[in-house]
Design a protein around this ligand. Sequence first.
Ligand SMILES: Nc1ncnc2c1ncn2[C@@H]1O[C@H](COP(=O)(O)OP(=O)(O)O)[C@@H](O)[C@H]1O
Ligand SMILES: [Mg+2]
Length: 261
Amino acid sequence: MALFEALNLHKRFGDRIVLQDLSLAFEEGKLSGIMGPNGAGKTTCFNVLTGRFAPDRGTVRFAGVDITGEPPRRIARRGLSRSFQSMNLFDDCSALDNVILALPEVRARGFDVWRDLRADASAGQHAAAVLAKVGLAGKEHAGARGLSYGERRALEIAVALAAGPRLLFLDEPTAGLGAEATARLAELVAELKRQLTIVVIEHDMRFLFRLADTVSVIHWGQVIAAGTPDELRDNPWVQRSNLGTLAASASTPRPAPAGAH
Ligand SMILES: Nc1ncnc2c1ncn2[C@@H]1O[C@H](COP(=O)(O)OP(=O)(O)O)[C@@H](O)[C@H]1O
Ligand SMILES: [Mg+2]
């Protein structure tokens, strides 16, 4: 049984159908990739899977439990964390404080007491250990605003890891990163892959095909192809689509996509 399953999901916004009979399965311990053109419904898919939007039809199962329609917090408590396509950090806080704010023991007590908790050695140590995991040891007291773009991506992942998830969703983690930062991020994700189940939406085919065990291609809210990277490389649709050309330009720094959700 897959750790996480989406079965026949439908989602529309007004008269626009964004997910159409979409089914996906993510195996425990694997890295599952999702690719597809802009506007295909990838982020919406994450939003439905993580409880931000309820699907109009279909079922979502996590560890065998039907979680369809559960609110994001409850799904997060079950062990699912996500990073957002647009950065989601407290810019005026230090890297350490961003992670402390995401620790379950801090969230459980409410944000009003977090300043006291900051002085709490165990929360600080816990957060510092999470920062070290993403390669940000030594940056604990740097302001989030002052970090490089690649470091901010790593901090976003640290925030998602703070809850100690079993399943981690990353939405376009390389967006806006240059070649060097993308390579560092690939190393980090490869390391995390040894410890937890990961699902990555990604445009950068080189990044995704190097890390993923399986990849699903979403277009017009449907899965149009799925398989291992080797199987998909030969897929006529992948070869024909402009996605193929991205592999060649993957080392070129790209700006963050405009209007990203
Ligand atoms: N909250 C929303 N309300 C209305 N339309 C939305 C909303 N979220 C996404 N959409 C629309 O759904 C389509 C798919 O968007 P999205 O899931 O962000 O695509 P992708 O992540 O694949 O680029 C787009 O046309 C987008 O405008
Ligand atoms: Mg998106």
